[in-house]
Design a protein around this ligand. Structure first.
Ligand SMILES: Nc1ncnc2c1ncn2[C@@H]1O[C@H](COP(=O)(O)OP(=O)(O)O)[C@@H](O)[C@H]1O
Ligand SMILES: [Mg+2]
Length: 174
């Protein structure tokens, strides 16, 4: 079914993401999906209250045609960073680091920036470069500090900081 949807954006097989219009997209959660739309929406709203890094949550909506709940969010248009001067990329990176650290300090860790090598897809396909700088999508496996033990949260943050370094190399080296 997902392959035939005319507004399909995502080629991932987890959740179908469709374009609603120029400003919104909907992530569809079908009943047998392993991810939980409610918790993804709550985590997105939590991050949105800290800063503007994570894609903005709009609303939850039932889609009659697709027969599933959709998480409606702000539509982003990723650009290719290779088109931009290193000096500009360094500034975007600086702001990105600050914002990720701000999320960590306030109890949100994204946990899905660097895709594990055994899973197909782009290495950093949850990190979008937009006209307003770097943004994060996909909070499906993100963790809020109050949901886990303090030590666990620290481990997640430590891992994310390592992944940030890998991202920086990737972003500046091409
Ligand atoms: N807000 C958005 N704006 C534009 N495209 C999006 C947006 N959210 C998701 N997408 C597209 O859908 C894909 C899958 O979305 P994502 O939330 O990462 O789901 P998955 O859990 O399947 O990785 C993304 O890689 C991207 O191509
Ligand atoms: Mg993703």
């Amino acid at each position: 079914m997902s392959k035939l949807h005319p507004s399909k954006l995502s080629s991932c097989d987890n959740n179908l993401v469709i374009a609603i219009d120029d400003t919104e997209v909907g992530k569809l959660f079908i009943s047998d999906s392993r991810s939980d739309i409610g918790s993804e929406a709550e985590k997105m709203k939590f991050a949105n209250n800290i800063n503007d890094l994570v894609v903005k949550f709009k609303r939850l909506e039932y889609n009659d045609v697709m027969q599933g709940d959709m998480l409606i969010m702000e539509r982003l248009y990723p650009m290719d960073y290779r088109a931009y001067e290193l000096s500009k990329r360094e500034i975007w990176l600086d702001v990105f680091f600050d914002e990720v650290h701000e999320l960590h300090r306030n109890g949100f860790v994204h946990r899905d920036m660097l895709r594990p090598s055994n899973i197909p897809g782009g290495v950093f396909d949850n990190v979008f470069l937009t006209e307003k700088g770097l943004r994060l999508i996909d909070v499906g496996i993100s963790t809020l500090a109050h949901q886990v033990n303090v030590k666990m949260f620290e481990i997640f943050v430590q891992k994310e900081n390592e992944e940030l370094q890998v991202f920086a190399e990737h972003f500046l080296s091409r």
